[in-house]
Design a protein around this ligand. Structure first.
Ligand code: AKG
Ligand code: FE2
Length: 188
């Protein structure tokens, strides 16, 4: 079975679409629960299309492997980050300014607790601090709004130039095609 990396930053983890979780479970969770919640908190990032696609994966940290994640923003409009376990010390998440805003001062530092989830704007920059013992596994759902990202690709900063692909791709939709296709931005 082929296995992709969860994202371009983490080496250890699983893409949930490869396990068949999208249609039966994650689509429903995103459409019926997370989009209404995110619409209340971050209406400008949900937009008229709603959060209409996602990329979901697990990330795993332990001393032998990935221990931390450097400062970044997500290829997502809204992200859900749920700590699945197991037991660990360290590995807190710090948040700074939005991408494109000046400054690097940490605004908040969040300590993960097993079973608890955190919803945040994908473009708020963040960092996972080094784990100091144990193993931490988190479920990350990057949720995309085609109406927001079709105007400007969050990663290249341009109006996206699209190539079609299977599945949700990076969550763009083609306005010229009859089909509601989800596409990749060519420059990524
Ligand atoms: O490890 C974490 O808690 C954060 C992971 C993350 O930011 C990401 O995968 O985009
Ligand atoms: Fe992230």
């Amino acid at each position: 079975m082929s296995k992709g990396r969860p994202n371009s930053m983490n080496n250890y983890g699983i893409l949930l679409s490869e396990l068949g979780f999208d249609r039966g479970f994650l689509d429903h969770l995103r459409e019926d629960y997370l989009t209404p919640l995110a619409s209340l908190l971050y209406p400008e990032w949900v937009g008229p299309s709603g959060l209409d696609s996602h990329r979901a994966f697990s990330v795993s940290y332990q001393l032998e492997g990935d221990t931390q994640l450097s400062y970044h923003f997500d290829n997502a409009e809204v992200t859900l980050n749920v700590c699945l376990g197991t037991s660990f010390t360290g590995g807190e998440l710090s948040f700074g300014p939005m991408a494109g805003e000046p400054g690097s001062l940490w605004k908040q530092r969040y300590t993960h607790r097993r079973g608890r989830g955190l919803l945040h704007r994908g473009r708020q920059r963040h960092q996972a601090h080094p784990i100091t013992s144990g193993k931490r596994v988190n479920l990350i759902i990057w949720m995309r709004s085609s109406s927001v990202r079709n105007r400007q690709c969050p990663m290249c900063g341009e109006e996206p130039s699209l190539v079609t692909c299977d599945g949700y791709g990076d969550g763009f939709t083609s306005t010229t095609s009859d089909r509601d296709t989800h596409n990749l931005c060519r420059t990524l």
